[in-house]
Design a protein around this ligand. Structure first.
Ligand code: 8OZ
Length: 379
């Protein structure tokens, strides 16, 4: 039987343990460029025994239109590539592994964050009943506020190859920036998830309607990035039942089983499943029945899929061991890694755990170490 603390081969990587730092948006990259403090933050969490066996970065937009929140770091300019290189160098210097999560927010954005104040792009012109995070000037001070997302415009059919190309370009830049690979963000109601689900995809062309059509863009993106950097350096995050960002589908089981069956021949490094409501109830349900994650994995394995199976959402040491005993390969921890740079060591010895400070999850002063790099490791 494997434990969280045993090494594992995943795709192209030999990971020292099975504990993964989940992708975590922190809004600490002014001008959309990674900072030296971000290098410190990730390196603190990269120790092969005490920290994460694999780090997945915060969600990182692949193009200017892919941004939907203030001060998130992109991967679409040379300056961003150079800045990310200092992050990956710092992580590799301590023996860590790091992949970048490639993100396009689609309709979960605000005109003030879009090039020339344009409407955000989406499968269909349907506004998300969701909030996004922007900075505004109030009395000479910059204040972060949550605001309603803007009305999007539907992407034209002839624009979709450009979206696929943007993912491909970002995958290439990820390797230039020194990342060990990428994770495609297919979860939480962002662009690729918007195409998957009936609530946000009302298209009548080859990218809307039946499951096979709604899954087309995601699958084209996955094939493109695998072709660009090798499937053994590529993961994908999915959230079959989340309601995050107004994600809605009335029958997710056949939808996601179709997706994983189609992914099976690609030879991905890992599949990353958010179980239940992102950051909330693990038994959250959409559709006619509780989602059957075991059936999803079986559908993938039956189709010949060999990727490592990563699980996430509300895990502690006991639940993680249960998941590994049940056939999962990797467990991702979010809030635990915000507050504990040496979370893996603490899980192994049963604590103690620093408590995360919610007030500093987002923003919190781009140059400030508070709630970011000042959580102590055990002596
Ligand atoms: C929290 C705040 C902003 C963005 C996700 C990228 O839910 C996010 C996100 C989370 O995947």
């Amino acid at each position: 039987m494997s434990t969280l603390f045993d090494p594992v081969h995943v795709g192209a990587w030999s990971l020292p343990n099975r504990s993964v730092m989940a992708p975590l948006t922190r809004n600490r990259a002014p001008g959309q460029v990674p900072t030296p403090l971000m290098a410190t933050y990730y390196a603190q969490r990269a120790h092969p025994q005490h920290g994460a066996g694999l780090i997945v970065t915060e969600a990182t937009p692949i193009c200017p239109e892919g941004h939907g929140y203030a001060d998130t770091p992109g991967l679409h300019t040379d300056e961003q590539v150079r800045a990310w290189k200092t992050v990956t160098d710092a992580v590799h210097a301590v023996g860590g592994h790091i992949v970048v999560q490639l993100w396009h927010v689609g309709r979960v954005s605000h005109t003030s964050l879009q090039p020339d104040g344009q409407a955000p792009v989406a499968p269909s012109a349907v506004r998300a009943n969701a909030k996004t995070y922007i900075f505004t000037e109030q009395n000479g001070q910059t204040v972060g506020t949550f605001v309603a997302t803007s009305e999007p415009r539907a992407l034209r059919l002839d624009e979709l190859p450009g979206i696929v190309q943007a993912y491909r370009d970002a995958a290439r830049r990820a390797i230039e920036a020194g990342f060990d690979g990428i994770e495609v963000h297919g979860a939480n109601g962002y662009l690729l998830d918007q195409f998957l689900r009936r609530g946000s995809n009302h298209r009548t062309d080859a990218y809307g309607g039946p499951i096979e059509h709604r899954a087309r863009l995601l699958l084209e993106v996955m094939r493109a990035v695998c072709d660009e950097i090798g499937a053994d350096r590529v993961g994908l995050r999915l959230s079959p039942v989340t309601a995050a960002n107004d994600a809605q589908d009335d029958d997710p089981q056949p939808l996601f089983e179709h997706v994983v069956r189609q992914l099976a021949p690609l030879g991905l490094a890992y599949l990353h499943l958010i179980e239940g409501q992102t950051g909330g109830a693990r038994d959250f349900q959409q559709g006619p029945a509780p989602f059957d994650y075991a059936a999803l994995r079986q559908a993938y394995r039956d189709a010949g899929g060999r990727a490592a199976w990563m699980v996430n959402n509300g895990y502690d040491a006991a639940l993680a061991q249960q998941a590994l005993d049940g056939g999962a390969d990797l467990v991702a921890f979010g809030k635990g890694f915000i507050a504990n740079p040496d979370l893996t060591r603490r899980l192994r010895q049963g604590g103690p755990f620093n408590e995360p400070d919610r007030a500093t999850f987002y923003g919190g002063g781009t140059q400030s170490e508070k709630g970011y790099t000042d959580y102590p490791a055990l002596a």
